[in-house]
Every structure is written in C-alpha cells, then in structure tokens.
Design a protein around this ligand. Structure first.
Ligand code: ZN
Length: 372
C-alpha cells in the first residue's frame, strides 16, 4: 500500500546580495536575476507519494551529495589505490546513474547549476601523486593517470561536465610533490587551471593535524599557500582537506579557516587585510556522504567525504542501485531550492530569516602568461 500522505515540494527563491552586485555586468545567465526576494510559492506541486524506497527522479535539494576521495591511480588496489580500469568504471557508473560533476566552488556558493533530475557529485584527489597527473617521455599525458582518464572521458562526452578538485601537498617528498616531475610542475598546474580543475590545499608536508601543535599547523598551511604561488602567481586556495582527515582541538578550528588577521597599509594608506590563507570549506575524510549545502546541519569546516576505494565505492554503488540513500536531486534551477514541504525547518536561514544559499561568490583565478 502506498502512503496516502503526499510529499509536497516547494520552491524558494534564493536571496543573495551577489545578484544585486552582478546584475550590472555581462551576459552571464547567472547574473540575470533581478530584484531578488524570497518567494513564497504560488502553488505547491505534489511530486510523489512513494515511501518504501528513495525516489531519485524527483527534485529534492536536501538530499545527500557524494564527495569521493581518490589517492593513487595504480594497479593492485588497496585503501589508497584505485586502478585505472576501475576508475573509468566509476565514471561510467556515475554518468549512467544521473550524476553530474560539480566543483567545490559550486558547493560553497550553493550554486548547483545542473539539469533537473541530476544528482551532484564531487571528485577529489588528495596528495598530488604522480599517478594523478603524469607526462610520458613522448610528452603526452599518461592515458592511465587520473587526468588522462578524465580528459579522455571528456572527449568521449563533450557536453557532459566533468571536473575534479586536486588537494595538493607541495612540501611532500617525491612523487607527491605536486605530481612528481619537478621540471613539469608549472605546466601541470597551468594545465589543471586552464582545463577547469580546482587546485586546493591539503597541507604542505602532510602532518597529522590531530597530533600537531596549532602553531605548526598554521605555518604548514601558510607555507603550502606560499609554495603554490611560486608556480601560480597570486593564486589563492579556497578550500582545505586536512591530512588524514585529522583536526586539532576544536578551539583551533577557526585558525584552519583563516590565519592570521594581520593588516598592512597600501600606497593610499588604506589598511588592507593580508591573510596567510583563507579556506572557505574544510573537507574531512569521514567516509560519509556530504549534507546538502542548503541544510542547517551543513558545516563548512567539516564537509564529509567518502573513500574512493573498492569496499567503500561498492557499498555506495549498491545503495544507489537499490535506492537506499536519499540523494540530492536538482530542480534544474540554481536560483531555487526545492525541498519537501515538511522540511522547510531544516533549511539554513540567517538571523534575519533569509534563506542562506549563496553567501559569497568566489573570484576565479586567471592564468597569467610568463616567459620561462
Ligand atoms: Zn592525504
């Protein structure tokens, strides 16, 4: 018997200052929302009344989001290794089951711009290992490295968005020192940026933050930020994934986000803030699915990631196929958040009772051409 109580879904218009700011510029469709307000829907739609299994065909933007963490793409799988063959299968599986790849930036901005009925997924790679991005002796990208596989997939499906975050460790030993091959580091980092990938902080030397004094942690994070700028001038990390998913004592978490709040004067004698780093989201390694960024329970300093090895991925795949998990399903419009009516109390509101969707928009790094 089906439940007679229907789930009712309503849409709320996103309010955010950013739209007001951005209306002036350009033809970007993201900027076209005028006079943004929270809209109470004129009509409520009844989408479905099933109850036994999760229905992944209807919009539900308080569902869970898989954020998958890979380390090495190498044969002989273990907890840290995924084979090239199985990584390709993972991508095929996700595409087949209606997943759409988003950026970490989209998650932070709350701007999930994917078609209706699609499920967001975020791919992340930790430790900047050479197997993630390797150039062969003939100058071509190793087709069995992560980038080789991702780029090949993109050329197979040119209209399907595929991207990933690379959480890098510039001070780790070879071949985790920005993908090995020191003479090609700049080329690789430029390639990642110009092909739409994100490069983010995974510490400099990969210490366990659970066992490291806070002063050493902040030095390590700042050094990573400094090192990446040696290759990408002016580059700012936006996100951090802590090494081993380790966190220091909770009282120091704010120092993982931003440090230090020092000020200098610019030439017009205005005080400007010079921060050693700024991480808008901090990702863990808890092997759990991420909450929706629209949920009041979403924590920007503890974003959940699942492990990209066989045991964990097989469990994920089974639960997707068997519809055992409630996933985030897009309504197709990034300016609205579609939820079940009885769950509006679970949305993230600010003190003025405005829906918090896209608190900030990030600047995108622009590559600067330099002679070698
Ligand atoms: Zn790591």
């Amino acid at each position: 018997m089906r439940s007679l109580i229907p789930f009712i879904i309503l849409s709320l218009c996103i309010f955010s200052n950013l739209f007001a700011k951005e209306n002036k510029s350009g033809s970007n469709p993201k900027n076209n929302l005028k006079n943004p307000i929270i809209k109470i829907p004129e009509s409520e739609k009844i989408f479905y009344s099933g109850r036994s299994k999760f229905d992944s065909t209807k919009p539900d933007e308080l569902g869970l989001i898989p954020i998958i963490t890979y380390h090495k793409i190498l044969p002989k799988e273990n907890l840290m290794k995924r084979s090239a063959q199985n990584f390709r299968k993972d991508l095929d599986f996700l595409k087949k089951h209606n997943f759409y790849f988003i950026r970490a930036q989209d998650l932070y901005e709350g701007w999930i711009d994917i078609p209706q009925g699609k499920i967001p997924v975020l791919l992340t790679f930790d430790d900047s290992h050479i197997s993630q991005f390797n150039f062969l002796n003939n100058g071509k990208i190793d087709p069995d490295s992560a980038i080789g596989i991702l780029e090949n997939f993109k050329s197979q499906y040119p209209t399907y968005p595929l991207t990933a975050v690379f959480f890098v460790t510039p001070c780790q030993g070879k071949p985790n020192n920005l993908f090995g091959q020191e003479q090609l580091t700049k080329k690789k980092l430029n390639y990642l940026i110009s092909h739409g990938y994100e490069i983010e902080n995974h510490s400099c030397a990969h210490p366990d933050y659970q066992k490291t004094p806070i002063d050493s942690i902040t030095s390590d994070l700042s050094l990573s930020q400094k090192k990446i700028r040696e290759f990408l001038p002016g580059y700012n990390y936006n996100f951090l994934a802590t090494p081993y998913g380790g966190y220091p004592n909770k009282k120091y978490w704010n120092q993982l986000e931003t440090f230090p709040n020092t000020f200098t004067k610019n030439k017009n004698s205005n005080k400007i803030s010079t921060k050693a780093y700024n991480h808008n989201l901090i990702f863990d390694y808890s092997n759990r699915l991420s909450l929706s960024p629209f949920s009041s329970a979403f924590r920007t300093n503890r974003v959940r990631r699942i492990h990209g090895h066989e045991v964990s991925l097989q469990e994920l795949k089974n639960s997707i196929v068997n519809k055992e998990i409630r996933l985030f399903v897009s309504d197709g419009d990034p300016r609205t958040v579609t939820i079940r009516k009885n769950e509006s109390n679970l949305l993230k509101f600010d003190k003025t009772k405005k829906l918090v969707i896209a608190p900030n928009r990030l600047n995108t790094y622009k590559l600067i051409e330099h002679s070698k």
